[in-house]
Design a protein around this ligand. Structure first.
Ligand code: ZN
Length: 282
């Protein structure tokens, strides 16, 4: 599942290639890749100019010269490519012509093997973001993210810290991988109750999240299989630098003890029991 750094890599790539272009000749090849109003999407997009490519947390959208936006969900396996010629790839679910005055025509393709991703036309809320994600909190890279406000809200949660970090209504963009990586960096067990955290450690958590994600941006995103690629079709390779996620039984890079995997919300959590001692109730 792409997380914030992967989505940001795609957003930045798309912004570079598609900003200022006009969408033409939209073709839908798989109805499941369009959320709501399948028939209207082609009409609503045809002739629309892309004026921005925006993101909040793991959500991305195209700002258009229209009263609405186009939300793009990468789902599990969504990829975006802008090519000089149609690829003819069997996983192309939607495509359009990329038209920019005075330049040769290019081709936008949305590929999605598992079809959990897709696109939808959405109205804007008062901040200009899609109404479908009005409830999504700011991510730590947002210039208006307020660590004080986040800290105040986090300590009021009657849940464990890892669960809270995954709550997109509290802070957005953190998924399972980066939550584990950030907690290892801070030396905090993910089951620690939020009301036991102090502000200093919360500031450390935010710094660790932005630190690990910045490293992922530089590496082009995290990739665990061949399904995630950035807009040019290159795979990200940040998974090589992950410290705990997916490393069960391997030595911890800090203390050498084996990394432990636990079941967590139908998925897995990875941590070092030595560097991240379990929270002990008094
Ligand atoms: Zn360790």
């Amino acid at each position: 599942m792409p997380e914030l750094p992967e989505v940001e890599v795609v957003r930045a790539g798309l912004s570079r290639l598609a900003l200022g272009t006009t969408i033409n000749h939209v073709r839908i090849h798989h109805a499941r890749s369009v959320r709501r109003n399948v028939g209207d999407l082609c009409v609503q997009l045809d002739g629309a100019r892309i004026e921005g490519v925006s993101r909040r947390g793991k959500y991305m959208w195209l700002d258009l010269d229209r009263p609405y936006v186009l939300m793009i969900h990468l789902g599990m396996s969504g990829q975006i490519r802008v090519n000089d010629a149609p690829s003819g790839h069997p996983h192309v679910r939607l495509n359009w012509n990329v038209v920019r005055e005075g330049q040769p025509r290019r081709y936008f393709e949305f590929l999605d093997q598992r079809t959990f991703g897709g696109m939808q036309i959405c109205d804007r809320d008062q901040d200009g973001k899609p109404t479908a994600i009005s409830h999504i909190a700011r991510d730590p890279f947002d210039p208006l993210f307020d660590v004080e406000k986040f800290s105040d809200a986090l300590v009021k949660r009657s849940t464990q810290v890892k669960r809270a970090l995954l709550d997109q209504n509290l802070i957005s963009g953190i998924g399972n991988i980066y939550a584990d990586e950030c907690l290892w960096r801070v030396g905090l067990d993910g089951t620690t109750p939020c009301d036991r955290l102090d502000k200093a450690i919360i500031v450390e958590i935010v710094a660790a999240v932005t630190g690990v994600m910045n490293e992922a941006f530089d590496a082009g995103g995290t990739s665990f299989d061949s399904l995630y690629v950035n807009v040019n079709g290159e795979s990200g390779y940040f998974s090589r630098s992950l410290s705990v996620y997916g490393r069960e039984g391997e030595p911890c890079g800090r203390c050498g003890n084996p990394i432990i995997r636990n079941k967590f919300m139908n998925r897995s959590s990875f941590h070092c029991a030595t560097c991240q001692p379990p929270w002990l109730l008094p």
